[in-house]
Write a protein that binds this ligand. Structure first.
Ligand SMILES: [Fe+2]
Length: 431
């Protein structure tokens, strides 16, 4: 469940831009470092626009403005629609919380949702059942006036039919704030949102923050803990390529795009533990491989390092690297497993740097299976299986390179976007 929720939150902020200079990609030629920088930028922009949209919705929404009045009504002794079982007496007592501190003009002010609240609000808006679903949450309240407001907070939570799981206080280090209170509560999502809003109306608090609990925030990145979790690490940077990239040689070739899509579908359907499905490559695809393979053979003696040459020789000896036939990923995977414990899983395109690096932590390399366009055998704007097989695989069969790759992968788990950028710099320096 937690994984599914995290996955959903990630989808909300998923990258929806393809690589292109028009979309802000820094250069014509691609590199893992530029990819990671682009990813950071796009994730930031996407997050910003998702949050702005949600905030605008919150400010426009009738429900929310009605609730602002609720906050004021609590103090006025009027009925509050969300507090069905609250008595008049309770509300009056409880009114101190929102009452005297709330100026009338507060209702007209913009209400700024935090990222956590946007996620909560989106989860609540899915259906009436989702709205009423009980959510566990942690709230950090900065209390200006000492413990006096604590009793009123507890009563308010009770009125919103919340259940307190944990409460602790400490003297605050924030100037002008006497105590910080950490409250863990369970209550329906809709009531939780309204409770936060209500508390924010009061000047008794210098801050009311919803903290991340049970993956309601995307600030702490979810990361895979087992190789099977990599089923969730298939986010692509190039979702719309070659459809969107006019420089892609397959841009105007409908048949090519169809074939590429068909092969990419295998990756989307793939689950941990499955054997990697074989592809019956066409004559033209095998011919493209042959041209690149023979060129690499020519260039290798002068340009390749010792480790690459040794592993390449082993792949030839195992009858995996042959000129006339594109190797099948399953055969390559078995070969790598034997030499360094690395395995392959199919990828549908260029992965986000975060997902690519996370796989390395489990000694898994995500490899595309489709082949570049026949008209451009020596250059492809996106990774294809020829790039993976001739570019990456030989070094993954080298024990020290494999070890280093895994260590970079481990360092990436749960890392921030800027740390992922730095790790991509290291990773691209060695690949
Ligand atoms: Fe690559």
């Amino acid at each position: 469940m937690a994984v599914a929720a995290a996955q959903k939150n990630r989808e909300m902020f998923a990258i929806k831009k393809s690589y292109s200079i028009e979309n802000g990609y820094p250069s014509r030629r691609r590199s893992l470092v530029d990819d990671a920088r682009f990813e950071t930028l796009v994730v930031k922009q996407t997050k910003q626009s998702v949050l702005e949209e949600a905030r605008a919705r919150a400010n426009d929404s009738g429900l929310d403005s009605e609730f602002i009045q609720d906050g004021i009504h609590i103090g006025n002794g009027d009925n509050t629609p969300t507090v069905e079982d609250g008595t008049q007496q309770d509300e009056t007592k409880n009114g101190h919380l929102a009452d005297a501190d709330v100026g009338d003009n507060k209702a007209d002010e913009d209400y700024t949702l935090t990222e956590e609240e946007v996620i909560l609000q989106n989860a609540a808006s899915e259906s009436p059942e989702a709205e009423q679903a009980v959510q566990q949450a942690a709230l950090l309240l900065r209390m200006r006036d000492g413990m006096g407001s604590l009793a009123r907070i507890l009563k308010t939570i009770d009125n919103y039919k919340g259940c307190i799981q944990h409460l602790e206080t400490r003297p605050s280090q924030v100037p002008g704030v006497q105590f910080d209170a950490l409250l863990k509560v369970t209550m329906s999502r809709i009531n939780l949102l309204q409770l936060i809003r209500s508390l924010r109306q009061s000047t008794a608090f210098a801050g009311v923050n919803l903290m991340s609990e049970n993956n309601i925030s995307s600030k702490t990145p979810w990361f895979p803990c087992h190789a099977s979790d990599l089923d969730n690490c298939n986010h692509l940077m190039t979702k719309y390529e070659p459809e969107l990239d006019m420089n892609h040689p397959g841009f105007a070739d409908k048949e090519y795009r169809e074939r590429r899509k068909q092969i990419a579908e295998i990756a989307f359907a793939y689950k941990y533990g499955d054997p990697i499905p074989s592809i019956s490559y066409t004559e033209s695809e095998n011919a493209t491989w042959q041209r690149v393979f023979n060129t690499v053979l020519d260039l290798m003696p002068k340009h390749a390092c010792k480790e690459y040459k040794v592993a390449f020789g082993k792949l030839q000896a195992a009858d995996i690297f042959v000129p006339h036939r594109i190797p099948q990923l399953e055969d390559v995977s078995s070969f790598l497993r034997k030499h360094t414990g690395f395995t392959l899983r199919p990828a549908a395109g260029l992965l986000t740097a975060r997902d690519f690096l996370a796989s390395l932590a489990f000694r898994v390399f995500q490899s595309t299976q489709y082949v570049r366009h026949a008209n451009s055998p020596f250059h492809t704007p996106e990774p294809d299986c020829i790039h993976e097989l001739l570019g990456h695989i030989p070094l993954l069969a080298d024990p020290s390179f494999a070890q280093f790759s895994q260590e970079i992968g481990l360092a990436s788990l749960g890392a921030s976007d800027s740390e992922i950028e730095k790790l991509s710099t290291v990773s691209s320096g060695i690949s």
